[in-house]
Design a protein around this ligand. Sequence first.
Ligand code: PLP
Length: 429
Amino acid sequence: MNYYSLNNNAPKVTFEDAVIKGLAPDRGLYFPEEITSLPQSFFENIENLDNVEIAYQAIQQFVGDEIPEVELKDILEDVLSFDFPVIEIEENIASLELFHGPTMAFKDVGARFMARCLGYFNRENENHVTVLVATSGDTGGAVANGFLGVKGVDVVILYPTGKVSAIQEKQLTTLGQNITALEVDGVFDDCQEMVKTAFLDKSITDFKQLTSANSINIARWLPQLFYFLFAYKQVKHKGKDITFSVPSGNFGNICAGIVAHKLGLPVKHFIASTNINDTVVRYLKTSEYNPKPSKATISNAMDVGNPSNFIRIQKLFNNNFEELKTSFSAYSFNDTQTKDAMQKVYSDTGYITDPHGAVGYLGLKKKGLNGSDYGIFLETAHPVKFLDTVEETIDTTVEIPSQIQKIINKKKKSIAIDSYENLKEFLLK
Ligand SMILES: *Cc1c(COP(=O)(O)O)cnc(C)c1O
């Protein structure tokens, strides 16, 4: 399978090159040349397939012959070693829990898939890469965990000092081996800026193959389409029309859901649910795309002012605004509404949502469902990852799962930096 740049000013590349490069040389996002629907029989028979087989059938065309069937299935087996349950919390409203992986946020699947693809491409030790990533919290942990011990890959994570939760910091600073955490004296935007500067700095890139591990990378973005298929497998027998509500920041997850729809997955409607960082919500109202700097919220993984994957969503709807609006809605909610929803869901049903999941739940309520609809919101992180907010909001204590227990007493190791020069020095040493 070939990929082209959505800026249309760079050569087409293979899956392997797209994964290794991350971003095209013209700064555009890579996009598959073709998306071919899966046969009807795949959906008719999906409840008889295990998750690895479903994932293999869905991702195979995007990988092509660059990873042979046996190796690709091994990779998927390894990546998908935990559950993705759909939990009904009200009549016809369910939570798709994506937090049962090692770092308890949905980014585990994409990070692990990307890591194993790079590991495969480096099997003869000739494609050494350095993954450089800025994180506001969840990405760092998932990438550190997913890439730990992968041969031929060094990972450098930049995070803003004092701005990530205690658990998130442990997840990205305690692993060692091929993972280094750089603690930046600044905010997330400063980390992001340094990473972008490094990607454009020839004095580094002449010497090192840098790649990114956020959802602009196709190997982190595309496997997220599995979630929507796994959900369908579980609720298909209800015979209802499915609407997905996806808590969205960079819009990679929902964009992957739309790819699943292109593959033939029956979905009635997609809802992008956001916090007050509402660039896409405003776009759907006015048809003007006018990004703004991000504002801090309690659902901080969605504090994104200029969602990088929205351009892919537009492409999936043939850059046609009317077509987009028919099957895609976006709503924004503030922190007060989010906390009210967390409280209401907990008191009515006993179910604990994290702030991101609660925003997803609100999206379903706002859209409104009728008797033949089934609404699924994506629970993108375990409530424990936002422990203080969750405990304070619903006035109860949350049990700490074993994945988190294990790292809580580990020793933090990071290197403090306060300028781009420090980063450059580190990368060139
Ligand atoms: C990253 C993240 C999101 C946003 O996902 P996008 O693909 O960037 O839209 C939502 N919730 C949680 C918990 C996250 O970590």
